[in-house]
Design a protein around this ligand. Structure first.
Ligand SMILES: Nc1nc2c(ncn2[C@@H]2O[C@H](COP(=O)(O)OP(=O)(O)OP(=O)(O)O)[C@@H](O)[C@H]2O)c(=O)[nH]1
Ligand SMILES: [Mg+2]
Length: 208
């Protein structure tokens, strides 16, 4: 167990952060997870929604595009660390499939810089738009034109999930949450806590 880690206890809270560029589908994905239209307006600050799904309390954080010049990066960093100080189950990097990648790699660097490299264990690419299924998406990923996306995925341990926000369903929601539960289980025992600067806040990446 990493230095500074405390004994593990099963936590019934799942905390999911949605990140991605403008218009990628973060809010829609958050709403699909919550099963309600919680996130509406484009906001320049972090916004949070919660719901109870079975034994789990699910917290969803809709993060503005961190590379948007109108967003106060410093403030956002503080908000993210504070919101995740009790645990972080997964960061979903939302990528609209058929649009060319733009600054997702830079966004990944931002995430790693903020939470530390261990965060890669709980990052998953969330593919939105075009409403493809996973088989079709894996085909697309093998195409040479998608080399940037392949690289991004490789860095995230080839963890991805497809969501169709135009056709919300309980099945789809449960499928995604099960994948995140899988990540939480995998990260169990690899608890890493990171102190951030003078703030002294800790982030428990395993979410346990
Ligand atoms: N076809 C399709 N459209 C989607 C999907 N997800 C989101 N959209 C559409 O994409 C547009 C942007 O979605 P949002 O959820 O607002 O994206 P966002 O990342 O929150 O955008 P901003 O907060 O404005 O930066 C909307 O018109 C959505 O209806 C999807 O899975 N399939
Ligand atoms: Mg939004």
């Amino acid at each position: 167990m990493a230095e500074g880690a405390s004994p593990l206890t099963v936590d019934a809270v799942m905390r999911i952060v949605l990140m991605g560029r403008k218009g990628s589908g973060r809010s829609s994905s958050g709403n699909s997870i919550l099963g309600e239209n919680r996130f509406t307006e484009q906001e320049c600050e972090l916004s949070e929604g919660q719901t109870q799904i079975g034994h789990r309390r699910v917290h969803v954080l809709d993060c503005p595009d961190v590379l948007d010049p109108d967003v106060d990066k410093e403030k956002l960093q503080e908000q993210l660390l504070s919101a995740c100080s009790a645990g972080l189950s997964s960061v979903l990097l939302v990528v609209p499939l058929v649009k060319k990648l733009e600054n997702e790699q830079e966004m990944l660097e931002f995430i790693k810089d903020l939470f530390g490299p261990e965060v890669l264990k709980c990052i998953m690419i969330l593919v939105t738009h075009e409403d493809e299924d996973e088989a079709r998406v894996s085909q697309l990923l093998q195409q040479k034109v998608n080399v940037d996306l392949q690289q991004l995925l490789t860095e995230c341990g080839t963890k991805y999930h497809c969501i169709n926000n135009k056709r919300r369903s309980e099945e789809q929601r449960i499928h995604l949450l099960q994948k995140i539960e899988g990540l939480m289980k995998e990260n169990r025992g690899k608890l890493v806590k990171r102190r951030r600067g003078s703030m002294g806040s800790f982030v428990n990446f395993s979410g346990l």
